[in-house]
Design a protein around this ligand. Structure first.
Ligand code: NDP
Length: 315
């Protein structure tokens, strides 16, 4: 049986938060080990171009950017590995983290940057048109739909924010809402209602997409399973999902304080969780901003918080 491995600073998750934490932690001589998780490089590897990360005047593909961050961390000695954290035990120090259900890492400090995953409807067409008109991030991809027609699915704050954001770029935004009301906050509802560029389609669900070389339209059903059920096709160029994100915190739900939506709670202005020596960075602890740049910044903070913790505790 494989022996436990003792590590000073373990990072789990590999988006901009995890890799940035690895850059800072390796430069601080913490000898970090990073496990890349389910989706090496994180959510950004599935977007096309990242054009809003400072320092890339021509933009960069999300995949290339993550590769660059990874190489930068490795240049300073970060040990980056394939593997998924499958269980944690914070009941004693050093903390024990199980990788791929078998290997046990004993870590003095842990940085959690496991990210969040956008929820999808589960339509086969979402997969078929991924990167060809289907997106779950208006801030990332909205720019490609200037003067085009787009639809946003969802009726919460995210959907309203995305619709509002897209309304300044696209010629027309449809908001597809399955109920006959918006769940979003009053202020967001008002903004959407008063925006002449946004048309809300209540009691409407998307059942599929169509198009030759990308999305050209959506199959809709209004009043599904009612006497006035109506099916029709709506021409659109972009289909945005905004039905919520799910933070990747399942393995922590019994051991760390999460908010009501499952995000890790951190102490104000720090990356500290309620467990001493365990820090959280990026989307896993951020329901609000969810940007590559904010995730990278919090990865930096987490490494600095971990370094201070290790020094203060002579670890
Ligand atoms: P929410 O869970 O609040 O809303 C999700 C929306 O998607 C709902 O309208 C829901 O419909 C709809 N939906 C879910 N599943 C499906 C489906 N299968 N088919 C069709 N529609 C579906 O998620 P949000 O991401 O909007 O918000 C999450 C949290 O973050 C909230 O607390 C929100 O207030 C907060 N937030 C705050 C912001 C801010 O303060 N600036 C910005 C963004 C989010 P239904 O209502 O029928 O369930």
């Amino acid at each position: 049986m494989e022996q436990n491995e003792r590590i000073r600073c373990l990072i789990i998750g590999s988006g901009p938060a995890g890799y940035t934490a690895a850059i800072y932690a390796s430069r601080a001589n913490l000898s970090p080990v990073l496990y890349e998780g389910m989706q090496p490089g994180g959510q950004l590897t599935t977007t096309s171009d990242v054009e809003n990360f400072p320092g890339y005047p021509e933009g960069i593909s999300g995949f290339d950017m993550m590769e660059d961050l990874k190489k930068q961390a490795e240049r300073f000695g970060a040990n980056i590995r394939r593997g998924i954290a499958t269980a944690v035990d914070f009941s004693q120090k050093p903390y024990r983290i199980t990788i791929d259900g078998e290997k046990i890492i004993e870590a003095d400090a842990l940085i959690i940057s496991t990210g969040a995953s956008a929820k999808y409807l589960g339509l086969p067409d979402e997969v078929k048109y991924a990167g060809m008109g289907v997106s779950a991030c208006a801030t990332c991809d909205g720019f490609f739909y200037r003067k085009k027609i787009v639809a946003v699915v969802g009726g919460g704050d995210t959907a309203c924010e995305e619709a509002e954001y897209l309304s300044h770029l696209a010629s027309k935004v449809y908001l597809i809402v399955r109920k006959n009301f918006l769940r979003a906050s009053n202020i967001m509802q008002r903004r959407v209602n008063e925006n002449p560029n946004i048309e809300i389609l209540f009691e409407t669900q998307a059942e599929g997409l169509f198009g030759e070389n990308g999305v050209e339209g959506v199959h809709l059903v209004k009043g599904k399973d009612t006497a006035h059920e109506e099916r029709y096709d709506l021409p659109i160029d972009g289909f945005f999902l905004a039905i919520g994100h799910k933070p990747n915190t399942d393995i922590f739900k019994h051991s760390i304080t999460l908010d009501e939506n499952g995000y890790i709670v951190t102490a104000p202005h720090t990356t500290e969780t309620n467990i001493e020596g365990v820090f959280a960075a990026g989307d896993v602890a951020d329901p609000r901003y969810r940007q590559a740049i904010t995730a990278a910044a919090s990865g930096c903070k987490a490494a600095m918080d971990a370094e201070r913790y290790l020094i203060n505790n002579s670890l």
